[in-house]
Design a protein around this ligand. Structure first.
Ligand code: 5GP
Ligand code: SF4
Ligand code: MG
Length: 500
């Protein structure tokens, strides 16, 4: 049952980032609640850095937002500028050394960086920094970004005067954007402004909001809503947005490339109440379910979601098929990430640490079980057994995304190729492995059609509308160096120096 422990204890989320400039507001507290709303994106560590225009303050630790912060450590975080971060490690192991935000002193004063994403040329950039005598104290590409920003643009061989506005940070961000490859959404803290930056592909989400007294940037719009901010718009691919005393100003840091927002945000990562590209995630997931019902019907009595992430797709499947949506599994809402390992007896209890079946709804029923994704394939089998134990006579698994066959190098630590069940087996064999009566996935074309009913994208002239779906299709929006496909190379990239 090691897999189970792995599944229970292994978050694979992307990170959550937040940034705020708000005079007269308790920005540390607002950032705390923003991070709280983004907890689903990373459960390994949390941190907040603030600045009062002169000095900077920081608190960061391993753990959930609610475990990391209390009145005692929040109150000293003074100022009217703040950034925050929820982390799940995509580069660098789970270690306190790697907790974000990074905060350093520079020639222009404090510099804090919160990063969601993954650089594909971090090793090269890291080497260039080391070569220039910059010492690094952690193993993340995010520290590389931070130190790169602290270095003058000439470090990158860019002697051209990049900026006429006198915004030296913007010049540095822009210089970095010319050399950084891969996925990055950033919030950056300086003495007088917070910057929100998105890579030229727009791989990871980032949006802007307005609140009484200031402006906010966050990975997802639901975090804006949580703190009473009004959604303004997304940060555009390649854009540098500056939040300061004057309000919001914008500059292009790099020409946008083919738009490639992660389609897994729609499948699983993002909160259902978040807005991306002008559409509510819940609605897109419902469309997935409707499409799945058209593509893969089944003779059955009820449609049961794997809560909570599959509920919208199950609603869609139910609406389209006319079969009743029925709860069959109850999830412990507080399971989240725990640092307590189950003992051997608890491990045998298995998936029930997380879910219990509802026999009164399942007994004698032919069940269509909807899950949003099968990644490693550790969860689906035990869930099928659980539904049967609840009295179901048949279990037909329907997955509201295509088979995940390829690893992600753009900021989501899904798994290596070897660990992905759909890389190893075909659908028929997976069906047998999980013990279902039938198994079907949503087609790639079907999923993309549901996602690309995007009102905003249709009118986007400057970017050829599109999304990353590399983990499903194997077609990566950015060049991936071949050696990154080697097992574990991406995550442990820098570990040679530090050990574990
Ligand atoms: P697996 O097939 O790896 O055992 O797990 C698939 C299940 O994990 C699905 O129910 C899906 O909702 C969930 N899942 C998909 N992606 C992620 C992720 O990145 N992090 C976590 N914690 N769960 C995920
Ligand atoms: Fe998202 Fe998959 Fe692309 Fe990674 S490979 S960015 S998870 S769509
Ligand atoms: Mg799930």
């Amino acid at each position: 049952m090691d897999e189970l422990n792995d599944e229970l204890d292994r978050p694979r989320e992307a990170c959550g980032i937040f940034g705020i400039y708000a005079a007269g507001r308790d920005v540390a507290r607002l950032t705390f609640f923003g991070l709280y709303a983004l907890q689903h994106r990373g459960q390994e560590s949390a941190g907040i850095a603030t600045c009062d225009g002169k000095s900077a303050y920081i608190h960061k630790e391993m753990g959930l937002v609610s475990q990391v912060f209390n009145e005692d450590n929040l109150n000293p975080l003074k100022g009217h500028l703040a950034i925050g971060h929820n982390r799940y490690s995509t580069t660098g192991s789970s270690h306190v050394r790697n907790v974000q935000p990074y905060l350093i002193d520079t020639i222009y004063g404090p510099l804090g960086v919160a990063h969601n994403g993954n650089l594909t040329n971090a090793l090269e950039l890291r080497y260039r920094l080391l070569e220039r005598g910059v010492g690094l104290s952690s193993t993340t590409d995010s520290e590389v970004l931070t130190q790169a920003l602290a270095s003058p643009p000439e470090v990158w061989g860019n002697n051209r005067r990049l900026d006429d506005t006198g915004d030296r940070w913007q010049a540095r961000i822009r210089a970095l954007m010319q050399v950084a490859e891969g996925a990055y959404s950033l919030t950056i803290l300086t003495r007088s402004a917070v910057y929100a930056v998105r890579d030229p592909y727009g791989l990871r989400p980032l949006c802007l909001g307005e609140l009484d007294g200031g402006y906010v940037a966050a990975s997802e719009s639901s975090a804006l809503q949580t703190i009473g901010a009004r959604y303004l718009r997304e940060v555009e691919p390649g854009e540098i947005v500056r939040l300061d005393a004057e309000g919001v100003s914008s500059a292009m840091g790099h020409a946008p490339r083919r738009r490639s927002l992660c389609s897994f945000e729609y499948v699983y990562f993002a909160r259902p109440d978040s807005l991306m590209e002008g559409q509510v995630i819940h609605e897109v997931r419902q469309r997935f379910g409707r499409q799945l019902a058209c593509e893969a019907p089944a003779e059955a009595d009820i449609v049961v979601p794997v809560p909570d992430s599959s509920t919208p797709a199950a609603i869609g499947y139910s609406l389209e098929s006319g079969l009743p949506f029925t709860e069959g599994l109850i999830k412990n809402r507080y399971i989240g990430r725990t640092f307590i390992q189950p003992d051997d007896d608890l491990r045998k209890v298995g998936i029930q640490l997380k879910f219990n079946p509802l026999p009164s709804n399942l007994a004698g029923k032919r069940v269509i079980l909807i899950d949003d994704s099968i990644v490693r394939g550790n969860t689906a089998g035990p869930l099928v057994q659980l539904i049967r134990a609840g009295g179901a006579t048949e279990v037909h698994v329907r997955v509201s995304s295509p088979p995940v066959r390829h690893p992600c190098f753009m900021g989501v630590d899904m798994a290596t190729r070897k660990q992905l069940i759909a890389h190893q087996m075909n659908v028929q064999d997976i069906c047998a492995a999980i013990g279902a009566d039938s198994l079907a996935y949503l087609s790639l074309e079907g999923m993309m059609a549901c996602i690309e009913q995007t009102p905003e994208l249709e009118s986007a002239v400057e970017t050829d509308g599109g999304h990353c779906n590399a983990c499903f299709s194997g077609s990566y929006p950015i060049p991936i160096p071949g050696w990154l496909f080697e097992e574990d190379r991406d995550k442990k990239l820098f570990e040679a120096t530090w050990g574990d």
